[in-house]
Design a protein around this ligand. Structure first.
Ligand SMILES: *Cc1c(COP(=O)(O)O)cnc(C)c1O
Length: 376
């Protein structure tokens, strides 16, 4: 069976975990966490990066930092992972879902302004498949309406919009290092913070509401309970594991892009014949090969191709039941405007296996089988 995903493993992970153990510091914010934070700051150009226990938790921190309150509205796409909405719903806010642009499956930025009300506090953008919506347009809307912008860049590390790293446009950017993402620490993520003045607040939320981070830096002489907060810092064991992969980030990225390009090139004949649609990469975007998907004619054909590939030992998957159609989405949120594309386009999308250790033999075989399906 060709699995849908295998978490990357580059070889140095266990050596670094051992070093963390031997350093006698395995709780959070040791040397490896520092190294990861610095790597992220250098790579993305953000003023501050903080490793977190997940992207979900980075989003929760962003909601806390934006001071999202009961009854506030946050505009977001319905086609996304649950965490984008959860973080705000936990604070009592209402997710206001709007339709996607079918070309990228990202929030349709031209529909945002119509969804703004006096209660709107923020826009949560998702960089689907490591490709952003038009961030200039979104940042302009946010500025004119005085809204915060949170980027769910769980899939977006190493990707750029007009040359600038995803996660660095909005007030907060949230990354994921879950095992399904391009770089992994098992479970983990990071928060990117644009405004240096927000860093201390972020550290306090991340350290159970205390100023322990300042205390460790020798900036205060005792650490105390300063605000509400939670525990959002990962252990050094996880950070050490991740750092091994960040060190060779380009190698992993290049491999993923090569697989993506191969799928795109080899499957374009099926697109040219009108059988399938392929992903669209806007001029402004450089992506990271996070995901390769095709769009079938309809739901029925998608079900058939997933079954056909499964019978041939290939695990292909679909995802994201649109949030506004799910029980919690109906309960906590609302859809603004018309669902022209969210449901119908998500029904057609199927993802092919793409991971760091996938072999040429495997991708050749997958491509052959997809072509065979459309011959019949
Ligand atoms: C994976 C993912 C998340 C959640 O990441 P975790 O690190 O598992 O919390 C959130 N949003 C999107 C768009 C994702 O793809």
């Amino acid at each position: 069976m060709i699995r849908f995903n295998i978490a990357p493993y580059v070889g140095k992970e266990l050596e670094y975990v051992k070093q963390a153990v031997e350093s006698m510091h395995i709780c959070g914010d040791g040397e490896f966490t520092k190294k990861c934070n610095e790597w992220l700051e250098k790579k993305t150009g953000t003023s501050k990066a903080l490793l977190t226990t997940s992207c979900t938790h980075a989003l929760e921190m962003a909601a806390l930092l934006c001071d999202i309150k009961e009854g506030d509205e946050v505009i977001m796409p319905s086609y996304t992972f649950v965490s984008t909405a959860d973080a705000f719903v936990l604070r009592g806010a209402i997710p206001v879902f709007i339709d996607v642009n079918p070309k990228t499956m990202n929030i349709d930025e031209t529909l945002i302004e119509d969804a703004i009300t006096p209660k709107t506090k923020a826009i949560a953008v998702v960089h689907y498949a490591g490709i952003s919506p038009d961030m200039d347009v979104i940042m302009d809307i946010a500025k004119r309406h005085n809204l915060m912008v949170i980027e769910d860049a769980a899939q977006g590390i190493m990707s750029t919009y007009k040359g600038k790293a995803l996660g660095t446009f909005g007030d907060y950017g949230c990354l994921s290092f879950h095992e399904t993402k391009n770089y992994s620490m098992g479970e983990g993520g990071a928060l990117l913070i644009k405004d240096p003045e927000k860093v201390v607040d972020a550290e306090i939320f991340r350290e159970k509401g205390t100023n322990r981070s300042q205390y460790y830096r020798g900036q205060v002489d005792k650490y105390r309970w300063m605000n509400y907060g939670s525990s959002y810092l990962p252990s050094e064991l996880n950070a050490a594991y991740l750092y091994a992969q960040l060190e060779v980030a380009d190698m992993i990225n290049d491999k993923r892009l090569a697989v993506w390009d191969k799928y795109y090139k080899e499957l374009s004949e099926l697109r040219d014949k009108g059988y399938i649609e392929l992903p669209y990469v806007p001029e402004y975007a450089q992506h990271n090969g996070h995901m390769f998907y095709i769009k079938t004619k309809d739901l029925e054909e998608r079900t058939k191709i997933i079954k056909f590939l499964g019978e041939n030992d290939i695990l292909a998957v679909f995802h994201y039941v649109p949030l506004h159609t799910a029980p919690a989405g109906e309960k906590f949120g609302r859809f603004h405007g018309e669902d022209r594309y969210t449901t119908s386009e998500s029904d057609r999308l199927v993802r092919l296996p793409l991971f760091y250790s996938i072999t040429d033999e495997q991708t050749d075989y997958i491509i052959d089988k997809v072509k065979e399906f459309y011959k019949r």
